[in-house]
Design a protein around this ligand. Structure first.
Ligand code: MIC
Ligand code: SF4
Length: 646
């Protein structure tokens, strides 16, 4: 039996395990990336691990999220990351140089390599034939130190593409189509492997758009083959030597196959407030919009913005509507300028923003109260735009441009002729905003500069055997890490200050939560299905830990968040009978006896205050058991380092 591309990539990096579905495997990590909103914690954790220099082939620290400087906090964090990078052997991409995933795709990603990033959209580089996985900062810190990344061997879903996209239908519509079919939990436990003759008609940035939004399916990652299109992309980036051809064997077997005929697709749009709430744009036509945002790591490549420029040429943004354009990288921006396309964008009345995440993470450009925003981004969760009651829609650059010029959600085929764009064979290469680290023999001289915004990390503690936990909060299905630990311009500056950040924990669901949890001392949070989907931010585990949350009991968990809870030392229990979630209410007290033994067996019976018994599961790998018993991964690493020294 032949191998899928996913299996080939995994087998070539396997350091432990047998690659049987569901079993624990450990992978060697070739490259890592961090961004600033998760990076400060990752470098604090790396420091605590006591490893002097990274042991990867390439590690890059990007600054792209918290780029507003409305006070010293973000600038202090950038300086901290820059000095850590210099000392520890990490390349540092300056603020303004671009969004981590776009820059990594352009300048560093390599087919056949593994990449672990402290951002859930790290799979974007799967568009290049990499095995690129998003994880919590601590897992990335371990990988920087040369440690393996552990996960359960995923299954593989094959997505076969047939035909070609019709004019004004684009890769974003493909990403939305798979979300429409599989939903936000449809990829949990799987790698999405794209293949078929239709793949050859998609450029690397188009593949990257699809790989990027695989994160919204909950997939472990997404992979595309590495072929002639990949080679041409790398050649344009002046790094053809990084090309290796990669594809699945023709007799590979898969858990499931989904077929998409590209020629049948039409423009799609995700309605508030979930990326899988997808309908045809034509069904929403005539719905007024207040703002349109083009950019983010999903749709900010040169090809995307050249198309937008061609569509906006000689047109004006509708009166009263605000259009923002944020190029994905400085390379994209300078190529737009060089080609003259930037002028077409500016002349339309668009507002040009920095090459950064910007509005995608609520860093400015929040919609008006109750406003409608159409964005080329990947997430439209409640409150993420910075305006609690805004209605955020996700669509392609073509649909976004059509909406911007008409003022109403509009099918681009109604207003535009297909844009004619010519992509250059060679990109403008200028890596001067990516600082190399200090040479190893000079690293000792580099001093890490820590601003006063950087507070110590909360420490987990080994679990007691007998616990009485009050339920401090009960929430429903599909709770995102944006609910648990909101982002946005006001809160992001405290990403390296857990005590300050804790004031905002879960406030989207219940403004009283932080105070209540603090007053309870030790508590449990109860959730529904797919708890913790979305962003990889480990703050969504560390902040509840700081507030005394000792266990989270849910119907099911999203992969990265569950790993972050375990790393923080919080026990993630699931209800054996999902209906039992209905037996627990906020304020109930749950008695848990024999907790340490239960971590070993993976089974626990909780008793409610009125004497009802609820069976809980917590299936853990041997490593995860050790982590929880030690009170978190940092505590375990410290124990292990101590053991090595004695
Ligand atoms: C996001 O898109 O939600 C983020 C912001 O990039 C996050 C990381 C973070 O919270 O810092 C992600 O996707 O992991
Ligand atoms: Fe940045 Fe948005 Fe991409 Fe997250 S999804 S990395 S915030 S552009």
């Amino acid at each position: 039996m032949g191998l899928s591309l996913t299996e080939k990539l995994i087998l070539s990096h396997l350091t432990e395990g047998t690659a049987e579905k569901g079993g624990e495997i450990a992978l060697r990590i070739d490259q890592t990336l961090t961004q600033d909103a998760t990076g400060t914690l990752a470098y604090l954790e790396f420091e605590q691990m006591g490893v002097p220099r990274v042991r990867t082939e390439k590690s890059v620290a990007y600054v792209d999220h918290n780029t507003l400087g409305c006070g010293f906090e973000n600038a202090d964090d950038h300086r901290f990351i820059r000095t850590c990078a210099e000392k520890f052997g990490v390349w540092y991409s300056c603020p303004g140089n671009g969004i981590c995933h776009q820059v990594h795709l352009e300048r560093f990603g390599k087919p056949g390599k593994t990449l672990l990033g402290s951002d859930s959209h790290t799979p974007t580089c799967g568009g290049l034939g990499m095995l690129a996985i998003g994880a919590g900062g601590l897992d990335v810190a371990v990988a920087m130190g040369g440690g393996a990344y552990r996960l359960r061997m995923p299954g593989v879903i094959r997505v076969e593409l047939r035909g070609r996209l019709r004019p004004l239908v684009s890769a974003k519509d493909v990403a939305l189509e798979i979300l429409r079919r599989l939903g936000v939990k449809g990829g949990v436990g799987y790698v999405m492997e794209w293949c078929g003759e239709g793949v050859g008609s998609l450029s690397v940035p188009e593949r990257a758009t699809i790989a990027n939004m695989g994160a919204e399916l909950g997939a472990t990652t997404t992979v595309f083959p590495s072929d002639g299109v990949t080679r041409a992309f790398l050649a344009a980036q002046d790094r053809e030597e990084d090309f290796v051809p990669l594809e699945a064997d023709s007799d590979a077997s898969y858990d499931r196959t989904v077929v998409i005929d590209l020629s049948e697709l039409e423009p799609l749009i995700a309605c508030p407030s979930r990326p899988d709430n997808v309908v045809k744009v034509s069904e929403l036509s005539g719905f007024a919009a207040d703002q349109v945002c083009i950019g983010s790591c999903t749709n900010s490549s040169l090809a995307d913005l050249l198309k937008v420029a061609a569509l906006l040429k000689n047109r004006k943004v509708a009166r009263g509507l605000s259009l923002s354009v944020s190029p994905g990288s400085r390379q994209v921006l300078s190529m737009l300028a060089e080609s003259g396309a930037l002028q077409d964008i500016l002349a339309s009345g668009a507002r040009l923003l920095e090459c950064a995440c910007g509005p995608c993470i609520g860093m400015g450009f929040s919609p008006p109260g109750g406003g409608v925003s159409v964005r080329t981004f990947n997430r439209n969760f409640e409150g993420r735009s910075g305006t609690a009651d805004a209605l955020v829609y996700l669509a392609s650059p073509e649909t976004a441009a059509a909406t911007a010029v008409t003022g109403f959600i509009t099918d681009p085929r109604k207003v535009f002729d297909p844009p004619q764009i010519a992509l250059p064979d060679r990109m403008r290469i200028d890596d001067s905003a990516v600082y190399p680290p200090a040479p190893e023999d000079e690293a000792d001289r580099v001093e890490i500069v820590r601003g006063k915004n950087i507070a110590p990390l909360p420490q987990g503690r080994p679990p007691e055997d007998s616990m009485r936990l009050t339920v401090s909060l009960k929430v429903g299905d599909n709770i995102t890490t944006d609910h648990i630990m909101p982002a946005g311009a006001k809160i992001l500056p405290f990403r390296s200050n857990i005590p300050l950040l804790s004031r905002y924990c879960f406030t989207v669901c219940d403004p009283e939560f932080p105070e209540r949890a603090r007053a309870l001392g030790r508590s449990a949070v109860v959730g529904g299905e797919n708890y913790g989907q979305g962003s990889s931010r480990e703050h969504a585990a560390l902040v509840p830990l700081y507030l005394g949350v000792t266990a989270v009991i849910a119907v099911s968990f999203a992969r990265i968040h569950r790993a972050n809870l375990i790393n923080a030392g919080i026990i993630p229990f699931t209800f054996r009978r999902p209906a039992d979630a209905g037996l627990v209410a906020e304020g109930d007290v749950l008695s848990l006896e024999g907790v340490r033994a239960a971590i070993g067996t993976g089974v626990m019976t909780a008793v409610t205050s009125d004497g009802r018994e609820i069976v809980l599961d917590c299936p853990l790998t041997d490593r995860q058991k050790k982590i929880l018993l030690a009170g978190g991964l940092l505590a375990l690493t410290a124990e292990e380092n101590e053991g090595e020294r004695t």
